[in-house]
Design a binder for this molecule. Structure first.
Ligand code: IPM
Ligand code: MN
Length: 374
């Protein structure tokens, strides 16, 4: 019997609550499909900062032990990190998000996939009119280990001329940097992926009218399009893409873009599905693949048992499909989520005026609703 090791990272806020549901689904589907999963929890984010506060090397959002465990696992299942407790404007204070960025970098996960699928049952939960949403099924491919997120950062406390009236002041800079291969490997993946989908459309999003890195992006994309003539390729400026995502979302199939644009556009696209609580993501690259919801740790509702676990459960689906290559199990999980929604079950974030109070479930009960339908 196949056996897989899964490194689980609950993190902060609603993280532990939603991860618990993801784990239950993973264990149950493994049983049903006849394979074994070994789940082990490790620290990341604010939880890791707190646990390492008195360590001689200082507090860290990604302990060495966690990165090592992730490297040894077959897949990583992460929940969410961050919270007001660790929000500080002190540039030297460790931040929970650093743990997330460090594990992405440490595992070489340069590709982030964010499927955006509108479930018919949830059309009423979106803030957009239903006629724009029927059939939305797009995939955002986001570059994940380059650009502004990992470029050179600088801060000068007393920079000449940075203050009012030419006085000294604080000066900051974040560099947007990309090497040719960093761009090419992501675009190659996006072309290949688009060529295997039904509509075979690829939209490359950039800001080539302003940024040099975007012109590099476009140059590489245009070179590669020759290799995939069956893919209907287009370039779109990011501002225009942001607009069209809400004016005509069904026109998109695969959307490929750099790190920061992908971060912003994926939150926007999540709103098409009714809630950020529905969006799962897969991060792939050279090391252990990692799967996580696209949403944050929602500190405002943490500990209340009302968070939507579906993005976490759908991340389990992606883990099964892309991490363990257990497509049958992945189908089962995705179908179970779809059925739970079709049967009218909702968490508070995806309920609308028409939802009876009796159909609004807690985090645990939504986990049960999916488990029953596996
Ligand atoms: C995401 C998140 C992260 C990001 C944050 C928490 C660092 O917003 O996964 O989209 O910006 O990548
Ligand atoms: Mn984000």
């Amino acid at each position: 019997m196949a056996s897989y090791r899964i490194c689980c990272l609950p993190g902060d806020g609603i993280g532990p609550e939603i991860l618990a549901e993801g784990k239950r689904v993973l264990e149950r589907v493994a049983e049903l499909e006849g394979f074994d999963v070994e789940l082990e929890d490790h620290l990341i984010g604010g939880a890791a900062i707190d646990a390492t506060a008195s360590a001689p090397e200082g507090a860290t959002a990604l302990p060495e032990e966690t990165l090592e465990a992730a490297k040894e696992a077959d897949a990583v299942l992460l929940a969410s990190v961050g919270g007001p407790k660790w929000d500080s404007t002190d540039p030297r204070a460790p931040r929970p998000e650093q743990g997330l960025l460090a594990i992405r970098k440490g595992l070489g996960l340069y590709l982030n996939l964010r499927p955006v699928k509108v479930y018919d049952a949830l059309i009423g939960a979106s803030s957009l009119k239903p006629e724009f949403l029927h059939g939305v099924d797009l995939l955002i491919v986001r570059e994940l280990t380059g650009g502004l997120y990992f470029g050179t950062r600088e801060r000068i406390e007393d920079a000449p001329g940075a203050g009012r009236d030419g006085e000294p002041g604080i000066w900051c800079s974040d560099a947007l940097e990309y090497g040719e291969w960093e761009v090419e490997r992501v675009l190659r993946w996006a072309f290949e992926c688009a060529s295997r989908r039904e509509r075979r459309r690829l939209t490359s999003v950039d800001k080539a009218n302003v940024l040099g890195t975007s012109r590099l992006w476009r140059e590489v994309a245009h070179r590669l399009r020759e290799e995939w003539p069956e893919v209907a390729y287009e370039d779109l400026y990011v501002d225009n893409a942001a607009m069209q995502l809400v004016s005509e979302p069904t026109r998109f199939d695969v959307v490929v873009t750099e790190n920061t644009f992908g971060d912003i556009l994926s939150d926007e696209a999540a709103q098409l599905t009714g809630s950020l609580g529905m969006l799962a993501s897969a991060s792939l690259g050279s090391g252990t693949p990692l799967f996580e919801p696209s949403h944050g740790s929602a500190p405002d509702i943490a500990g209340r048992g009302i968070a939507n676990p579906l993005a976490q459960i759908l991340s389990v689906g992606l883990l099964l499909r892309h991490g363990l290559l257990e497509a049958g199990a992945a189908d089962r999980v995705e179908l179970a989520v779809e059925r739970a929604l079709a049967d009218g079950w909702r968490t508070a974030d995806i309920a609308d005026e028409a939802t009876p109070a009796s159909q609004i479930l807690s985090t645990r009960a939504m986990g049960d609703a999916v488990l029953e339908r596996l």
